[in-house]
Write a protein of this length. Structure first.
Length: 151
């Protein structure tokens, strides 16, 4: 592959964005006394809430590739920090659901809000077709990454 091809230049920019977001996540974690795993867990839980997916400890453990003991320690830590709460499922009272506390959302917005606002402003400057092209590209990259990780 030609390292200077237009396609590889996209790959290099995508890699740089990924590294920057990873560094931002690490800085956020450090400022708030969290482990990067805690931040990843919160992201999974926020995504689940947005997608109306019931987030149980077992579900979170699968997303995080943690065993039961590791998941329990993670949830205990997030609960102690008042970032997550365990609640009984109203449909199946035997099942415990995990919900992100408002405190976690506020911390996230206070730190990531300016970056997200900049990203949204850039996206708003694109027309509908351009946004769809970017979404399609990023979705394909995400699927490829997930497939590579699960192999």
């Amino acid at each position: 592959m030609n390292d200077q091809s237009p396609e590889m230049k996209l790959v290099h920019v995508l890699r740089a964005v990924t590294v920057e977001f990873d560094l931002l996540g690490a800085e956020f974690a450090a400022r708030h006394g969290l482990h990067p795993t805690d931040v990843r867990a919160l992201i999974h839980l926020l995504d689940a809430a947005r997608d109306n997916v019931p987030a149980t400890p077992g579900w979170l453990g699968r997303q995080m590739h943690l065993n039961s003991a590791g998941t329990t320690a993670l949830v205990d830590r997030l609960e102690r920090l008042e970032l997550v709460q365990r609640t009984k499922d109203t449909v199946d009272r035997r099942r415990v659901l995990l919900e992100v506390e408002e405190k976690a959302t506020e911390l996230g917005w206070s730190f990531f809000g300016p970056v997200l606002a900049d990203v949204v402003a850039v996206a708003e400057s694109f027309d509908t077709d351009e946004r769809e092209t970017v979404r399609s590209f990023l979705t394909a990259v995400l699927q490829s990454s997930r497939q590579a990780r699960s192999s």
